[in-house]
Design a protein around this ligand. Structure first.
Ligand code: IMP
Ligand code: MG
Length: 183
């Protein structure tokens, strides 16, 4: 689905499919350079990171393992509470390996702050974060992603894995949701 298919639901298109693919390719080049000759495990955070994971992994010209975690943060609607529960854990043993958490957005940072320390306690060689989007104004925890696609204003965005009530995840572009949709 394209942003043009749901134009009435969006205030604006922030990033087109082409812009996203170009930025993901740039991030992949940086990651290739930084992890040359290193054993790399990509950890995707379900379900939002599915698109960025698929595109980033394919843009990398090196062997990587792809693994997944599902976590739920107790909270209501568009706010997260910071209490995190593992719904699906990794299949891989990450001890001694280089881990790159792949996520689509850092909002408050609560989820990734918790996940970084959880994975860090399993004895990995390193744990870093790659995120396509970050909302600096919303950040509540000291999360420092090594790779960031773009910083965006503190607005609710959808598309490319990002949902509102499970919709818009399959939109190819990223756009700001019109308040009329959620009020
Ligand atoms: P956190 O607040 O950084 O812990 O973000 C938790 C999760 O909330 C993200 O991984 C997204 O799944 C979701 N989220 C945060 N901001 C947005 C948004 O603007 N649109 C859609 N989902 C969001
Ligand atoms: Mg997510």
């Amino acid at each position: 689905m394209h942003a043009s298919d749901v134009a009435d639901d969006l205030v604006e298109v922030l990033f087109t499919e082409e812009q996203i693919q170009a930025r993901v390719a740039e991030l992949a080049l940086e990651i290739e350079r930084d992890y040359e000759d290193k054993d790399l495990v990509l950890v995707g955070v379900l379900r939002g990171a599915v698109m960025i994971m698929a595109d980033l992994a394919r843009a990398l010209n090196k062997h990587v393992e792809m693994d997944w975690m599902a976590v739920s943060s107790y909270g209501s609607g568009t706010k997260s509470s910071g209490v995190v529960r593992i719904l699906k854990d990794l299949d891989a043993d990450i001890a001694g390996r280089h881990v790159l958490i792949v996520d689509e957005i850092i909002d408050t940072g609560l989820t990734l702050s918790w996940l970084t320390s959880n994975l860090g306690s399993r004895g990995p060689a390193s744990v870093e974060i790659a995120t396509l989007l970050r909302k600096p104004e919303a950040l509540q925890m000291p999360v420092k992603p090594r790779y960031v696609g773009w910083d965006i204003p503190n607005e609710f965005v959808v598309g490319y894995g990002l949902d509102y009530r499970e919709r818009y995840r399959n939109m190819r572009d990223i756009g700001t949701l019109a308040p009329a949709v959620y009020s």
